[in-house]
Design a protein around this ligand. Sequence first.
Ligand code: SRM
Ligand code: SF4
Length: 582
Amino acid sequence: MTDRITITKTKTTTKAEAATPLPAAEQLKRDSRFLRGTIAQGLADRSTGAISEDDNKLMKFHGSYQQDNRDIRDERRRQKLEPDYSFMVRVRLPGGVLSPQQWLDLDDLASRYGNAGLRITTRQTFQIHGVRKEDMRDLMHGINTTGLSTLAACGDVVRTFVCSVNPQISSGHAKVYDWSWQLMEHLAPRTSAYRELWIDRLEQTTDGASDAEPLLGPTYLPRKFKIGFAIPPYNDVDIFAQDLGLIAILDADNQLQGFNVAVGGGMGSTASDPSTYPRLGDVIGFVPPEHLLQTCWHLVAVQRDFGNRQERKHARLKYTIDSHGGLAWFRDELQSRLPFAIEPPRPYQFTHNGDRFGWIEGDDGRWHLTLRIPSGRLLDVPGHTRQTGMREIARIHRGDLRMTGNQNAVIANVATEDKAAIEALVRQHGLDDHESASGLRLNAISCVALPTCGLAMAEAERYLPHIVTQLEQLMARHGLQDEAIHLRISGCHNGCARPFGGEIGLIGRAVGKYDLRIGADHIGERLNTIYRENINEASILAALDELFARFVAERHSGERFGDFVVRSGIVTPPERRPALVY
Ligand code: SRM
Ligand code: SF4
């Protein structure tokens, strides 16, 4: 029987901790009346396109960020205008699965209220950019009317879950996906502020006196907390980049045995601060399905109690683990809160962390078509009417749609007799370039970066097509045109495209300048390493020209580029921590 326990042991606060004043970010959460703040008043204020800085922080928990168009920031300043404010809205879409009707509804909402189509993210959901303040209530209400939500899509909470799409093992996917929903609901915030603001659209929110957060508490988590489910052999969600990774263990008949639990993954870091770092998660044990909810509840509670609330830069679970004595400490602390023993991890093997493009038949005879969506952006441009194409497909599709962690889309659960009609629309709208694209292009992902991301140091999404073309030409000169090298580009060290997991990773340092990192594997189990720092495109291409020449001359048969640069000693990857002893 599944145990939905909610009682929790909390860490005893020391006198010193009690005397330390809460930092502003924590105090804001505590004083927010469970995430209400003055958001309602801010939305009603028509004298500016913005909301207050404090409300902007609280809005994240509701699934939205205030942004401004950085392309025209200077021009507006010169004209003495306030920045061109708008909001990015992120949908909560566990496992990236939605129905064709939900797709149509989201597409309609994005077209009505956004300015940049639908954007599939690296966590299998959608962002809608460019929403004006006055449209926020209608858009958020509309998303909820579709049966979706934006609650906890951002903020210091357990975020949207990712889950392998894994179309080959349809029956296994269905079970794991079901668990991902149950777990998400179990760990979700309980505040009624969301309902008041976006569903009931109250002009004045209540005092929140009847709200309680049994897991998260009034200050919520110290920082974002990400959970993913992977179904080996595919690691398309980069499970070791999650704070908590749950690796499904299926038996030979695809029956779910339970989950290996991996903790402490995260990519974000600050370029100039060596006390921050990307880190892969480590497997600390196994739990059967009936203990999953309870284990994860308490695991999140350990982070709630021990996570660093004084320094946000060090507040992710990875730092909690490393600063409190490592994996053994963490496992013991978790174990002390559980009425059953965490079991030793079970064997598993990953073979791939990319997507499988084209048609694949599932184990139940239904078909799945994975389409490449460059940087996840669904917007009609000359030559590709991807947004219209997906809309037309959703109109006739009778299965479901799945977003991948690599920003691509799967038309899932197609009956054999429906394949031809979908295929025709795919071709008509230029959604078929997976058939001709190079291995590099198929495996290239990028974050949004400029012009909307306030943290971007350099271009990423807008740079991707250009740099891929340059690299394709370079690779062709070395006879490497068929090599499926994984390229990941982020506009800064926060690592939203998981660039530290790229065989080639480019990370923005300044406009036109990137760190070049090399040497990750193809399965998400080894991070790459810095090779050249803060260099321009000419230097990136020159460095890779040399490396490709050596790769061609010295590689072993079938060896991948990332594996080659490590084996040949060109870079030394970070050491993995030893496995826990049971
Ligand atoms: Fe991210 C912040 C976009 C996945 C690590 N991320 C941001 C913000 C919201 C910028 C901000 O704080 O003002 C970006 C909005 C850009 C825009 O204009 O839309 C942003 N992150 C994205 C997305 C849309 C990238 C994409 O192009 O697909 C992804 C949305 C995921 C989702 O649907 O929830 C996205 N972000 C990631 C990932 C990848 C993942 O989770 O698999 C990471 C690395 C993993 C991790 O969390 O460590 C990631 N984003 C960050 C960080 C660094 C966190 C840290 O621990 O240091 C920040 C900055 C922060 O939180 O302070 C950040
Ligand atoms: Fe913005 Fe940096 Fe994330 Fe890219 S990696 S979306 S530039 S925060």
